[in-house]
Design a protein around this ligand. Sequence first.
Ligand code: XBP
Ligand code: MG
Length: 253
Amino acid sequence: MSELAGLLFDVDGTLADTERDGHRIAFNRAFAEAGLDWSWSVELYGKLLAVTGGKERIRYFLDCFDHKFEHPADLDGFITGLHKAKTRIYTDMLARGLIPLRPGVARFIREARAAGLRLAVATTTTPENVTTLLQHALDPTAASWFEVIAAGDIVPAKKPAPDIYLWAMERMELSPTQCMAFEDSQNGIRASLGAGLRTIVSVSSYTQNEDFTGASLVVDHWGEPNQPFEVLAGDAGPNRYLDLELVRRLHAA
Ligand code: XBP
Ligand code: MG
Protein backbone atom coordinates (compact mmCIF):
# COMPACT_ATOMS: atom_id res chain seq x y z
CA MET A 1 0.00 0.00 0.00
CA SER A 2 1.35 3.46 -0.92
CA GLU A 3 1.83 6.16 1.67
CA LEU A 4 -1.23 8.30 2.37
CA ALA A 5 -0.91 11.53 0.36
CA GLY A 6 -4.40 12.85 -0.41
CA LEU A 7 -7.73 13.23 1.34
CA LEU A 8 -10.90 13.57 -0.75
CA PHE A 9 -13.96 14.97 0.98
CA ASP A 10 -17.61 14.81 0.10
CA VAL A 11 -19.44 17.96 1.23
CA ASP A 12 -23.18 17.50 1.73
CA GLY A 13 -23.78 15.32 4.77
CA THR A 14 -20.05 14.86 5.41
CA LEU A 15 -18.59 18.30 6.13
CA ALA A 16 -21.98 19.73 7.11
CA ASP A 17 -25.49 18.33 7.54
CA THR A 18 -26.84 20.43 4.70
CA GLU A 19 -29.77 18.57 3.23
CA ARG A 20 -32.83 18.81 5.51
CA ASP A 21 -32.43 22.36 6.82
CA GLY A 22 -30.32 23.77 3.99
CA HIS A 23 -30.86 22.52 0.46
CA ARG A 24 -34.47 21.44 1.11
CA ILE A 25 -35.44 24.87 2.47
CA ALA A 26 -33.69 26.61 -0.43
CA PHE A 27 -35.52 24.45 -2.99
CA ASN A 28 -38.86 25.25 -1.35
CA ARG A 29 -38.14 28.99 -1.31
CA ALA A 30 -37.13 28.90 -4.97
CA PHE A 31 -40.38 27.09 -5.82
CA ALA A 32 -42.39 29.71 -3.92
CA GLU A 33 -40.53 32.56 -5.67
CA ALA A 34 -41.43 30.99 -9.02
CA GLY A 35 -45.10 30.82 -8.01
CA LEU A 36 -45.11 27.02 -7.80
CA ASP A 37 -47.16 25.29 -5.12
CA TRP A 38 -44.57 22.53 -4.63
CA SER A 39 -43.39 21.96 -1.08
CA TRP A 40 -40.84 19.25 -0.31
CA SER A 41 -41.50 17.83 3.15
CA VAL A 42 -38.71 16.30 5.24
CA GLU A 43 -40.09 12.87 4.35
CA LEU A 44 -40.47 13.46 0.62
CA TYR A 45 -36.99 15.01 0.45
CA GLY A 46 -35.58 11.79 1.94
CA LYS A 47 -37.01 9.94 -1.06
CA LEU A 48 -35.77 12.54 -3.52
CA LEU A 49 -32.22 12.14 -2.20
CA ALA A 50 -32.09 8.85 -4.13
CA VAL A 51 -30.99 11.11 -6.99
CA THR A 52 -27.92 13.34 -6.47
CA GLY A 53 -27.64 16.81 -7.96
CA GLY A 54 -30.24 19.54 -7.56
CA LYS A 55 -31.31 19.83 -11.21
CA GLU A 56 -31.49 16.05 -11.52
CA ARG A 57 -33.53 15.94 -8.29
CA ILE A 58 -36.11 18.42 -9.62
CA ARG A 59 -36.46 16.33 -12.78
CA TYR A 60 -36.82 13.15 -10.73
CA PHE A 61 -39.57 14.86 -8.70
CA LEU A 62 -41.45 15.79 -11.88
CA ASP A 63 -40.99 12.34 -13.40
CA CYS A 64 -41.93 10.28 -10.37
CA PHE A 65 -43.80 12.39 -7.79
CA ASP A 66 -45.78 15.14 -9.56
CA HIS A 67 -47.81 13.82 -12.42
CA LYS A 68 -50.09 16.87 -12.68
CA PHE A 69 -47.56 19.57 -13.53
CA GLU A 70 -47.80 20.73 -17.12
CA HIS A 71 -44.26 20.82 -18.47
CA PRO A 72 -43.16 24.10 -20.08
CA ALA A 73 -41.88 23.84 -23.67
CA ASP A 74 -38.30 24.42 -22.51
CA LEU A 75 -38.17 22.09 -19.50
CA ASP A 76 -34.36 22.14 -19.29
CA GLY A 77 -34.30 25.95 -19.22
CA PHE A 78 -37.11 26.01 -16.66
CA ILE A 79 -35.21 23.63 -14.34
CA THR A 80 -31.95 25.53 -14.82
CA GLY A 81 -33.67 28.79 -13.85
CA LEU A 82 -35.29 27.28 -10.77
CA HIS A 83 -31.97 25.77 -9.73
CA LYS A 84 -30.14 29.08 -10.15
CA ALA A 85 -32.61 30.68 -7.77
CA LYS A 86 -32.16 27.80 -5.34
CA THR A 87 -28.36 28.25 -5.42
CA ARG A 88 -28.71 31.99 -4.74
CA ILE A 89 -30.98 31.30 -1.76
CA TYR A 90 -28.79 28.48 -0.44
CA THR A 91 -25.48 30.39 -0.69
CA ASP A 92 -27.17 33.31 1.05
CA MET A 93 -28.09 30.96 3.91
CA LEU A 94 -24.47 29.77 4.07
CA ALA A 95 -23.13 33.32 4.04
CA ARG A 96 -25.35 34.12 7.01
CA GLY A 97 -23.67 31.26 8.89
CA LEU A 98 -26.86 29.20 9.20
CA ILE A 99 -25.16 25.86 8.48
CA PRO A 100 -22.27 24.81 10.75
CA LEU A 101 -19.64 22.17 10.09
CA ARG A 102 -20.16 18.77 11.70
CA PRO A 103 -18.23 17.75 14.86
CA GLY A 104 -14.52 17.25 14.31
CA VAL A 105 -14.48 18.60 10.74
CA ALA A 106 -12.61 21.87 11.34
CA ARG A 107 -10.18 20.22 13.75
CA PHE A 108 -9.37 17.31 11.45
CA ILE A 109 -9.00 19.38 8.27
CA ARG A 110 -6.64 21.77 10.08
CA GLU A 111 -4.62 18.82 11.39
CA ALA A 112 -4.36 17.23 7.94
CA ARG A 113 -3.37 20.51 6.31
CA ALA A 114 -0.71 21.21 8.94
CA ALA A 115 0.70 17.72 8.32
CA GLY A 116 1.05 18.46 4.59
CA LEU A 117 -1.68 16.13 3.32
CA ARG A 118 -3.09 17.19 -0.03
CA LEU A 119 -6.79 18.06 0.24
CA ALA A 120 -9.59 17.91 -2.33
CA VAL A 121 -13.36 18.06 -2.53
CA ALA A 122 -15.40 15.59 -4.59
CA THR A 123 -19.08 16.46 -4.56
CA THR A 124 -22.15 16.69 -6.75
CA THR A 125 -23.17 20.04 -5.33
CA THR A 126 -22.66 23.35 -7.17
CA PRO A 127 -19.10 24.82 -6.84
CA GLU A 128 -20.21 28.09 -5.19
CA ASN A 129 -22.04 26.08 -2.51
CA VAL A 130 -18.70 24.51 -1.58
CA THR A 131 -16.63 27.69 -1.54
CA THR A 132 -19.28 29.62 0.38
CA LEU A 133 -19.59 26.89 3.02
CA LEU A 134 -15.80 26.65 3.45
CA GLN A 135 -15.40 30.41 3.62
CA HIS A 136 -18.12 31.01 6.20
CA ALA A 137 -18.08 27.84 8.29
CA LEU A 138 -14.34 26.99 8.28
CA ASP A 139 -12.11 29.96 7.49
CA PRO A 140 -12.26 32.97 5.12
CA THR A 141 -9.32 31.45 3.20
CA ALA A 142 -10.37 27.78 3.48
CA ALA A 143 -11.33 27.29 -0.21
CA SER A 144 -7.64 27.82 -1.05
CA TRP A 145 -6.63 24.98 1.28
CA PHE A 146 -8.10 22.52 -1.23
CA GLU A 147 -5.92 21.78 -4.22
CA VAL A 148 -8.91 20.61 -6.26
CA ILE A 149 -12.60 21.38 -5.82
CA ALA A 150 -14.34 18.85 -8.01
CA ALA A 151 -18.00 19.84 -7.98
CA GLY A 152 -21.29 20.05 -9.84
CA ASP A 153 -21.52 19.56 -13.57
CA ILE A 154 -17.80 19.13 -14.37
CA VAL A 155 -18.52 15.45 -14.89
CA PRO A 156 -21.83 14.57 -16.53
CA ALA A 157 -22.37 11.38 -14.51
CA LYS A 158 -22.89 12.36 -10.87
CA LYS A 159 -22.58 10.04 -7.85
CA PRO A 160 -23.05 7.07 -7.52
CA ALA A 161 -20.85 7.13 -10.66
CA PRO A 162 -17.15 7.21 -9.65
CA ASP A 163 -16.36 9.96 -12.19
CA ILE A 164 -16.04 12.91 -9.79
CA TYR A 165 -13.45 11.05 -7.68
CA LEU A 166 -11.56 9.90 -10.77
CA TRP A 167 -11.57 13.48 -12.09
CA ALA A 168 -10.16 14.85 -8.81
CA MET A 169 -7.42 12.21 -8.58
CA GLU A 170 -6.44 12.73 -12.21
CA ARG A 171 -5.97 16.48 -11.56
CA MET A 172 -3.85 15.70 -8.49
CA GLU A 173 -1.91 12.97 -10.26
CA LEU A 174 -2.66 10.65 -7.36
CA SER A 175 -3.75 7.03 -7.49
CA PRO A 176 -6.58 5.64 -5.32
CA THR A 177 -4.06 3.72 -3.21
CA GLN A 178 -2.51 7.05 -2.12
CA CYS A 179 -5.83 8.52 -0.94
CA MET A 180 -8.67 8.23 1.55
CA ALA A 181 -12.24 9.35 0.83
CA PHE A 182 -14.79 10.70 3.34
CA GLU A 183 -18.47 10.14 2.68
CA ASP A 184 -21.88 10.05 4.37
CA SER A 185 -24.20 8.24 1.97
CA GLN A 186 -24.61 5.07 -0.01
CA ASN A 187 -24.57 7.00 -3.29
CA GLY A 188 -21.33 8.59 -2.09
CA ILE A 189 -19.63 5.37 -1.10
CA ARG A 190 -20.68 3.68 -4.32
CA ALA A 191 -18.83 6.49 -6.09
CA SER A 192 -15.71 6.39 -3.89
CA LEU A 193 -15.44 2.61 -3.73
CA GLY A 194 -16.13 2.49 -7.46
CA ALA A 195 -13.10 4.76 -7.91
CA GLY A 196 -11.01 2.30 -5.90
CA LEU A 197 -10.81 4.45 -2.76
CA ARG A 198 -10.80 3.41 0.86
CA THR A 199 -13.61 5.30 2.51
CA ILE A 200 -14.53 6.50 5.99
CA VAL A 201 -18.26 7.10 6.45
CA SER A 202 -19.87 9.47 8.94
CA VAL A 203 -23.60 8.91 8.68
CA SER A 204 -25.85 11.96 8.42
CA SER A 205 -29.47 12.61 9.31
CA TYR A 206 -30.86 11.04 6.13
CA THR A 207 -28.36 8.19 5.69
CA GLN A 208 -28.25 6.32 9.01
CA ASN A 209 -29.98 3.21 7.69
CA GLU A 210 -28.12 2.90 4.41
CA ASP A 211 -25.78 0.03 3.49
CA PHE A 212 -22.11 0.91 3.91
CA THR A 213 -20.60 -2.46 3.07
CA GLY A 214 -17.01 -1.92 2.00
CA ALA A 215 -16.34 1.13 4.20
CA SER A 216 -13.10 1.18 6.23
CA LEU A 217 -15.00 2.63 9.19
CA VAL A 218 -18.54 3.86 9.84
CA VAL A 219 -19.09 6.39 12.66
CA ASP A 220 -21.92 8.69 13.70
CA HIS A 221 -19.64 11.73 13.30
CA TRP A 222 -15.90 12.45 13.33
CA GLY A 223 -15.92 13.34 17.03
CA GLU A 224 -13.98 15.69 19.23
CA PRO A 225 -11.85 15.02 22.33
CA ASN A 226 -14.84 16.05 24.45
CA GLN A 227 -17.45 14.55 22.10
CA PRO A 228 -16.49 10.95 21.24
CA PHE A 229 -17.83 9.28 18.11
CA GLU A 230 -19.81 6.05 18.12
CA VAL A 231 -18.37 3.31 15.92
CA LEU A 232 -21.18 1.77 13.84
CA ALA A 233 -18.98 -0.62 11.82
CA GLY A 234 -15.26 -1.33 11.60
CA ASP A 235 -12.47 -0.95 14.12
CA ALA A 236 -11.26 2.41 15.41
CA GLY A 237 -8.96 0.81 18.00
CA PRO A 238 -8.62 3.00 21.08
CA ASN A 239 -9.56 6.20 19.18
CA ARG A 240 -12.59 8.12 20.31
CA TYR A 241 -12.43 10.74 17.58
CA LEU A 242 -11.05 10.93 14.05
CA ASP A 243 -7.46 12.09 13.75
CA LEU A 244 -4.71 11.65 11.21
CA GLU A 245 -3.16 8.76 13.07
CA LEU A 246 -6.43 6.79 12.82
CA VAL A 247 -6.87 7.69 9.15
CA ARG A 248 -3.30 6.56 8.39
CA ARG A 249 -3.95 3.28 10.24
CA LEU A 250 -7.18 2.63 8.30
CA HIS A 251 -5.45 3.49 5.06
CA ALA A 252 -2.64 1.02 5.76
CA ALA A 253 -4.95 -1.79 6.91
C1 XBP B 1 -25.23 15.95 -2.57
C2 XBP B 1 -26.31 16.32 -3.48
C3 XBP B 1 -26.46 17.72 -3.87
C4 XBP B 1 -27.29 18.63 -3.06
C5 XBP B 1 -27.80 19.78 -3.89
O1 XBP B 1 -24.76 14.64 -2.84
O2 XBP B 1 -27.02 15.48 -3.97
O3 XBP B 1 -27.09 17.67 -5.10
O4 XBP B 1 -28.37 17.93 -2.50
O5 XBP B 1 -26.81 20.47 -4.53
P1 XBP B 1 -23.32 14.17 -2.37
P2 XBP B 1 -27.11 21.23 -5.93
O6 XBP B 1 -23.17 14.57 -0.93
O7 XBP B 1 -23.33 12.66 -2.51
O8 XBP B 1 -22.28 14.81 -3.25
O9 XBP B 1 -28.51 21.70 -5.88
O10 XBP B 1 -26.12 22.37 -5.99
O11 XBP B 1 -26.90 20.25 -7.05
MG1 MG C 1 -22.90 13.43 0.83
